[in-house]
Design a protein around this ligand. Sequence first.
Ligand code: ADP
Ligand code: MG
Length: 220
Amino acid sequence: MVILESVSKVFRQGREEVPALSDVSLRIEKGECVTIKGPSGCGKSTLLGIIGTLARPTRGEVSLDGTRVTGLPEHFLCDLRRRKIGFVFQHFHLLRGYSALENVGLPLVPQGLREAERNRRAMPLLEAMGLESRAHFPIHHLSGGEQQRVAIARALVLSPELLIADEPISNVDADNAALIGNVLAKLNREGKTLIFTTHIEPTGALTPTSTYTLAGGRLT
Ligand code: ADP
Ligand code: MG
């Protein structure tokens, strides 16, 4: 369902060129559980952004479910992401000033769903994350591990077939990592495709079907 052919990404910082990915090719089938590893700065977040169509490669081609997405207009990609992809950002990007429940229900706002309906759909996801007692807390009162779980719940509220998560178990304590690992493993058993970066070994029920390792923007 995900094919990358010779993908490279070069960032421009003033006059400097920063190569973040070089000639990355990979193929991820529906239902896989894929981890992407490698040291800080090796290109993991860049790769996830390109797979999730949030960023465009400088060179190479990306196909999702048989559609070449490289070069497609932004409104098309936006619609594709809404239908198929849940994204968990490394720094969460949760909305301050809103509750955990409101944050999880946020992707339902453009669908025109009323607050009661948004909450009805968001609550079971918070419960699955063990956060029902925090549902009405302002998001910035939650701990890092709790915010991580809210970010995952939000990524799931539109029932994406592909969940892309940037370091979902890396910056939480061992209990949280095990809880999140079990939730991800269950989603994978239910048929969702998972792609996530990590620099620690997944624990518990979460067993990757493939592992890719990046070093200096190249697959090793
Ligand atoms: P990782 O997630 O593995 O830590 P990243 O994908 O975030 O690595 O970054 C890969 C490289 O690209 C790093 O050297 C980083 O500094 C650089 N980089 C990432 N995003 C940008 C950007 N927007 N502008 C310039 N350089 C960037
Ligand atoms: Mg990163």
